[in-house]
Design a protein around this ligand. Structure first.
Ligand SMILES: [Zn+2]
Ligand SMILES: [Zn+2]
Length: 286
């Protein structure tokens, strides 16, 4: 909740006129407790994991030779009921695990000092903080994911996420509840180290969700803006990890490619990439 009751009070507090975005934020958030603003993140989780995979569902249902050019594993076809079943299971995990986890983690957010007040962060501040969040999460996720590929971790936990050897958008968060908690911790690390504004916090989770959905979409989108991100892994990169499955010792990183490069866990992928591309080309020609 903001420490001033009126727009005039906010302007006196800041010593200047409010920007358009700040006026909107004031009108929206002034009378809402910080806890309610934080809970928006859970709502966004449901909305974005429902809506963002939908174009990929439509594409999958309209499969043709043209569309198959972009399908990473073109031999695999998913029916509407297959995809809906995945969505249903993911939503159940969200209701039972992710929602309560987010809601009960509020004291941590309070402790970190995620602010909801004015002034709003500048575009640059948000940009650099989100870059840091992505880098921190990617590094932590690399090691946690690699750890989950040991015998016990894989059999008891990570095996669930690997049920999809050819992932689909809805399968991005399809995982054992323990994996969601462990990897969710990695997503909180960035804001913990560099706390920012609640809007930056929301945006971070939304972008991370969109990235995970694209990476698991099963399609290589040549028009994706993520193509311009340096060292970005993308859909083919992570699809390979699912394609190989439990024995995969390659492509552990969630977003970027540099961790796998530095720690030498991209050798299998580099070798197989060429083979896979040739196989894909052949199946496209059939
Ligand atoms: Zn894995
Ligand atoms: Zn995955």
């Amino acid at each position: 909740m903001l420490p001033f009751q009126t727009l005039e009070g906010a302007e006196v507090f800041l010593g200047r006129n409010l920007t358009f975005a700040e006026t909107l934020w004031f009108k929206y958030s002034a009378r809402k407790p910080d806890y309610i603003l934080y809970c928006h993140n859970t709502l966004f989780l449901f909305i974005f994991y429902t809506l963002v995979p939908l174009p990929f569902v439509v594409i999958e249902l309209m499969r043709s030779k043209k569309i198959d050019q972009f399908k990473i594993q073109p031999k695999i076809k998913n029916s509407l009921s297959d995809m809906f079943d995945c969505y249903r299971k993911v939503m159940l995990t969200f209701v039972l695990v992710v929602g309560p986890l987010q809601i009960f983690s509020y004291p941590v957010i309070e402790m970190i000092g995620i602010r909801t007040s004015l002034p709003l962060p500048s575009g640059w501040e948000m940009f650099w903080q989100i870059v840091v969040y992505f880098l921190v999460e990617d590094y932590a996720n690399y090691w946690l994911h690699r750890l989950l590929h040991n015998g016990w971790g894989y059999q008891k936990i990570h095996r669930v996420h690997h049920e999809y050897t050819a992932p689909i958008g809805f399968a991005a968060p399809y995982a054992h509840w323990a994996e969601i908690i462990v990897l969710g911790f990695a997503s909180f690390l960035g804001p913990l180290i560099v706390p920012g504004h609640m809007i930056t916090f929301w945006l971070w989770f939304i972008l991370r969700q969109m990235e995970a959905i694209e990476t698991h979409s099963g399609y290589e989108c040549p028009w994706s803006p993520s193509k311009f991100i340096p060292f970005y892994g993308g859909a083919i990169y992570h699809d390979y990890h699912h394609y190989v499955g439990g024995n995969c010792q390659s492509n552990f990183a969630s977003v970027f490619t540099y961790c796998d490069y530095i720690y030498g866990t991209n050798k299998g992928y580099r070798y197989q990439k060429e083979v896979l591309e040739k196989t894909r080309e052949k199946s496209k020609q059939k």
